[in-house]
Design a protein around this ligand. Sequence first.
Ligand code: COA
Length: 259
Amino acid sequence: MYQTLLTDLQDGTLVVTINRPDKLNALNKDVIEELGKVVDEIYNNADIKSAILTGSGEKAFVAGADISEFTTLDAAGGSALAKKGQDNVFDKIENSPKPIVAAVNGFALGGGCELAMSCHFRTASENAKFGQPEVNLGLIPGYGGTQRLTQLVGKGKAMELMMTADMIGADEAKTLGLVNHVWPLAELLSKTKEILQKIHTKAPIAISKVISCVNDAAKADSNGFANEVKRFGECFSTEDMREGTTAFLEKRKAIFKGK
Ligand code: COA
């Protein structure tokens, strides 16, 4: 079904593997196109409760946008490339009502780091390396990196990382808050799936409202506190909220239906 992605749905989690290992899974036009499609699938397929993005092979998550596609672009073409990617992939991942987690299994550079940062949170293998090396190419990040890296690690560190083009390892990424967990590569997917299995036992509508409220915190034009009040109220009209509170009072485990 996909040419550049492998997908595997098990226990409600769709594992999406970007599969161009000979090019360190660099994001060319085909990958961007197919990532947009797979995110639509995540939104629309009721059998999918969550997703993991990872890279093929043991070396790279994604080593960036495909630099070979940059050579013919002018200013308008560069802007169009960034806008299309942000609209169809990166922002759509961030706004997904279902959890999408990046399992970073190696280099996450440039667009790869940006792809990981557009996910709701990140886990990493011990060999993972993160960086925004665009200034080495006379470029800046274009898939949201200047904004999301700043939100995740703070202004000073984001400035330093983007100006020096330095790569950091998994442990430093964890210290900075860029990744939540660091595990041996062999355990990365299974441990990430375990977190998602736990999330699957919670009320899905409430999970989607957590995602949108937390995303509001990073939007300058949004009143996150007011939106939280509204979405908190909306939870009271869900069957799952009745089930969750009743189950607590009856001292039993809640069974949520996503209604
Ligand atoms: N775009 C296009 N091709 C890329 C790529 C990218 N972002 N990153 C790696 N590749 C390709 C290489 O050109 C090479 O292809 P080839 O075998 O046909 O020559 C292949 O992937 C393997 O990469 P290579 O550089 O040989 O591996 P390495 O282990 O020596 O170095 C990196 C790994 C990640 C340090 C290095 O590939 C690199 O710096 N990549 C670019 C990172 C970058 O600037 N990303 C931001 C882009 S905006």
